[in-house]
Design a protein around this ligand. Structure first.
Ligand SMILES: [Fe+2]
Ligand SMILES: [Fe+2]
Ligand SMILES: [Fe+2]
Length: 419
């Protein structure tokens, strides 16, 4: 990415929504469907461009607070049990980025029932109309059976929704839905792979400036990491280490920033790995290991959807590649691995060894460097980068520890709130 390249907020939000729905085939496209439906209902209802943009963004990430696969699958039920906890957690995550505070509010109340107008308030707070729009959209999406043709389901979905008029759903929004629900194109759009393309043409989405891009990358890191205490601060630590190495290596300022961003995003493909596997106490099965190993591939394909992040993607996604070609998933070798990718690979090993995990403390300098140097000897890691990290160990490790400590703090706050 050159300093003038623009990155679209819409592309990033869509890529996140895609990443979250790879986790299980029954959830495929759920977030995009909710974004599509929310937009369509809002348009029919007469909401402004900026309200529709907020709804597209909120719809595309509304279930980010559902940390476990079990929770995500429970939400496929038309009337799920305890739906507000993930909505509150999602609100807390989104609220950490100021530019997304309207979306945070919409997500917070996206399971509140209309209940003859009682749903204007929830737990002493006003519920925005947009939350009711997402609620209806979410429930329509939950009713879709992906194994059957959608045109054969139009009538039954419509009936299930109408039954809940003034109960679960706002009556005016049901009317907006009914005015679209006889048109086949609406259902075909909804279950198609064209949603991103369709929405991109409906509204003018802005590009992110550098500060907002960095903020959004940090938010993504929290969404990726906070799903489990086993990964809770990994991307934050790795971002600090990658940036530190890039600075000492002599990367220009803009590229140092991009290396930090690559660090925050490098495990976005882990959203496809159930948290249940990430924190499994037993020995992982071969199947679990396959699912985990696919994460680097998914990072590459997901970030590959975003214009302007080609180089960041290569740095981020090749963090499990090794110079001897024995890494995964591309087996890129030697000269074909750029310095940025080599730095991310070293930073990943460094962070994994030095960071504190729920079941163990981080390793000290001697033990860390012994392992990393053995990986240079075996031909896996770059000798110059490892020498650099060896000579700056203390300072780089300190910035890692500080970044991870502040991420832990936020993680603790989120969980204490939930309990
Ligand atoms: Fe939800
Ligand atoms: Fe949902
Ligand atoms: Fe990884």
């Amino acid at each position: 990415m050159t300093s003038s390249t623009q990155v679209s907020m819409f592309d990033l939000m869509m890529s996140l929504s895609m990443a979250m729905d790879i986790i299980n085939p029954t959830l495929m496209n759920h977030h995009k469907q909710v974004a599509y439906l929310s937009h369509a209902l809002a348009l029919e209802y007469g909401l402004s461009d900026s309200e529709r943009k907020n709804l597209v963004f909120a719809g595309s990430v509304h279930d980010i607070g559902a940390l476990k696969l079990k929770e995500r699958l429970e939400l496929k039920n038309y009337m799920p049990e305890n739906p507000h906890e993930h909505a509150e957690f999602g609100y807390r995550l989104l609220k950490t980025m100021e530019a997304l505070s309207p979306e945070a509010e919409l997500v917070r109340f996206h399971h509140v029932h209309w209940d003859k107008g009682q749903g204007l308030r929830f737990k002493g707070k006003d519920v925005p109309l947009g939350s009711h729009i997402i609620h209806l959209s979410d429930r329509i999406s939950a009713l879709i059976d992906p194994s059957r043709n959608i045109l054969g389901q139009m009538k039954e979905i419509k009936n299930r929704i109408i039954e809940q008029k003034d109960k679960m759903f706002h009556p005016d929004l049901i009317d907006a839905f009914l005015s679209m629900s006889d048109k086949e194109y609406f259902w075909l759009d909804l279950t198609s792979n064209f949603i991103q393309d369709i929405l991109s043409k409906e509204l003018d989405f802005e590009s992110l400036d550098q500060d907002n891009l960095l903020d959004l990358a940090k938010l993504f890191a929290r969404i990726i990491d906070f799903r489990s205490p086993f990964t809770a601060t990994h991307s934050s630590g790795l971002a600090a280490v990658s940036r530190g190495i890039a600075e000492y290596y002599g990367f220009p300022d803009h590229e140092c920033l991009m290396m930090e961003i690559a660090g925050y995003l490098h495990d976005i493909g882990k959203l496809a790995v159930p948290a249940e596997i990430l924190e499994k106490p037993e020995i992982l099965t071969a199947e679990d290991i396959h699912i985990i190993r696919a994460h680097a591939y998914y990072t590459y394909r997901i970030l590959g959807q975003i214009d302007g992040l080609k180089e960041v993607n290569e740095w981020a996604s090749f963090h499990h590649e090794r110079i001897d070609g024995k890494g995964y998933p591309f087996h890129i070798k030697g000269e074909n691995l750029s310095v940025g990718s080599r730095i991310l690979a070293v930073a990943d090993v460094f962070t994994a060894l030095t960071e504190e995990r729920p079941y163990r403390d981080g390793l000290d300098e001697a033990k860390t460097m012994k392992i990393i140097k053995s990986m240079v000897k075996s031909g896996a890691l770059d000798v110059n980068i490892v020498n650099l990290i060896d000579s700056k160990f203390e300072i780089i490790n300190k910035s890692r520890a500080e970044a991870q400590e502040s991420a832990w703090q936020l993680h603790r706050e989120f969980h204490s709130y939930n309990n």
